[in-house]
Ligand binder design. Structure first.
Ligand code: GDP
Ligand code: IMO
Ligand code: MG
Length: 431
């Protein structure tokens, strides 16, 4: 029987603990690949005294014999990538011959970052709350056929022509609309050719490479970034990121076919968080939200911004389940809920006298919905040392069982701390 290929996605608004779980599952696969997003992602892996936040490099990188790939769907800021690779090198983590970048990846240029930040300023109170890393403008250029791909960084004439073309419109915007200074292609070309020289050693055709590896009997884990409700089509638009984050996009994002995939694993926190602006039906604005934030150390891994916190929203997860074709879920940060007085799970939204079981279609309805909750007794004490379901406090067990019932998804793994070892395995995904 061939080894299983899996996709790992976030079921909420990002930061569900994908980094920890991808690192944990890496020992079961030969290849780990990112398929979308860029360095807006911050995936934390904790191993002993080491705590690393991966921005671009896949979270399997600490497993020294694994191959890590950035598929064509990822937007790459080469400056950030090399900073990350250099710091891994300093830690003695060898990347040579096991880290690769698709030659088709689109490159985040300095003008994308400037555009991202200036646009947010222009939006004022209606800002998205982006990470300011140039993600949106880089994807816009890709779709507008103005993008610079990794492979373009190794050809001076093509690079010069492409930068000049892309800047024609942007410089007009910078100067006349956004009140920003303009870019001169001559100031960018040498630096990006230098970066290209270094990137060349890592470049592959991710599709050809991965398909060959799979044919040879290897298996792959596709690592999602952001979360389902930041998806540009299915998320809480316009408060979303600029890529498709759902599992379907992982196939185009590395260039393999759907017949290769055996399981889709969804990661969710035992409660909900969101960073940046936008709708969040179960948000807790007052004290309780702050206490979850403090206990769960809910501050953005990329921007340090406080994450907004709220109750578990089973409605949202049900929707995420069919959007991604989830086979089973991982519930993280259960430990954070210990010691709270009461717990709540949202089971539906009340809108104009009726219960709806999906996010509102029209953005004006977000202000009109009231979440409907079921209440639970909590539990006390530190559960970080528990290693089996039956050793969890009874109320924690009941809470998890209700999560399964409400979402219709089996729980495969429960995470009760940052460390790799702070994990309760309920099912081996790869058997
Ligand atoms: P990602 O973007 O989905 O990879 O998640 P982040 O790394 O941005 O945020 C998750 C945070 O929660 C990180 O600081 C993790 O170290 C931490 N974390 C992950 N799982 C657990 C858990 O079960 N309990 C606690 N207390 N922290 C966790
Ligand atoms: P990981 O992979 C949480 C949010 C931003 C903002 C919106 C758009 O660590 O889960 P962007 O810079 O992408 O144009 O910002 O998306 N966002 C994230 N929130 N986790 C992430 O990644 C995120 N990546 C982007 O805060 O609201
Ligand atoms: Mg994160």
């Amino acid at each position: 029987m061939r080894k299983k290929n899996i996709i790992v996605v976030g079921l909420q608004w990002g930061d569900e603990g994908k980094g920890k779980i991808v690192d944990l599952l890496s020992k079961e696969v030969d290849i780990i690949a990112r398929y979308q997003g860029g360095n807006n992602a911050g995936h934390t892996v904790v191993s002993g005294s080491l705590s690393l936040v991966f921005r671009l490099v896949p979270s399997g990188m600490l497993n020294k014999d694994k191959i890590c790939i950035l598929g064509n769907g990822v937007v790459v800021d080469p400056v950030v990538l090399f900073e990350e690779l250099d710091s891994l090198n300093k830690l003695g983590i060898e990347v040579k011959d096991r880290f690769f970048v698709s030659y088709k990846c689109h490159i985040i240029m300095p003008y994308h970052k400037r555009l991202d930040i200036a646009r947010e300023r222009l939006r004022g109170a209606g800002m998205i709350g982006t990470t300011g890393k140039g993600i949106g403008p880089a994807y816009e250029d890709k779709v507008a056929r103005l993008g610079i791909r990794a492979v373009d960084l190794i050809d001076r004439d093509i690079l010069y022509e492409k930068i000049s073309l892309s800047l024609k419109e942007k410089n007009y915007l910078f100067k006349n609309v956004l009140g920003e200074t303009v870019f001169n292609p001559d100031d960018l070309i040498n630096k990006y050719l230098e970066l290209g020289k270094r990137l060349k050693d890592f470049m592959i055709d991710s599709s050809e490479f991965i398909n060959n590896k799979l044919d040879e009997g290897n298996n792959i884990m596709l690592e999602g970034a952001q979360g389902t409700f930041l998806d540009v089509d299915h998320g809480t638009y316009p408060y979303v990121t600029s890529s498709n984050t759902v599992s379907g996009s992982s196939l185009t994002g590395v260039g393999i076919g759907p017949t290769k995939i055996d399981a889709v694993i969804g990661i969710t926190k035992a409660y909900t968080t969101r960073v940046g602006e936008g709708y969040f039906p179960t948000e807790l604005k007052a004290e309780l939200g702050n206490s979850i934030r403090d206990k769960g150390e809910e501050f953005g891994s990329v921007t340090g911004r406080p994450r907004r916190c709220g109750w578990f929203d089973a409605n949202l997860i049900k929707e995420a389940a069919y959007l991604n074709g989830i086979t089973g879920m991982v519930v993280t940060k259960l430990d954070v809920l210990s010691g709270l007085n009461k717990l709540k799970i949202c089971t539906g939204y009340l809108l104009k006298g009726s219960i709806i079981n999906h996010l509102p279609y029209s953005i004006s309805d977000y202000d009109r919905i009231t979440p409907v909750y079921e209440e639970f007794e909590s539990w006390n004490g530190d559960i970080g040392g528990v290693r089996s379901f039956k050793d969890l406090p009874v109320n924690a067990q009941k809470y998890l069982i209700r999560l399964e019932e409400y979402t219709g998804l089996p729980i495969y793994i429960v995470s009760i701390g940052k460390e790799r070892t702070q994990t309760i395995m309920l099912k081996n995904i790869f058997r």
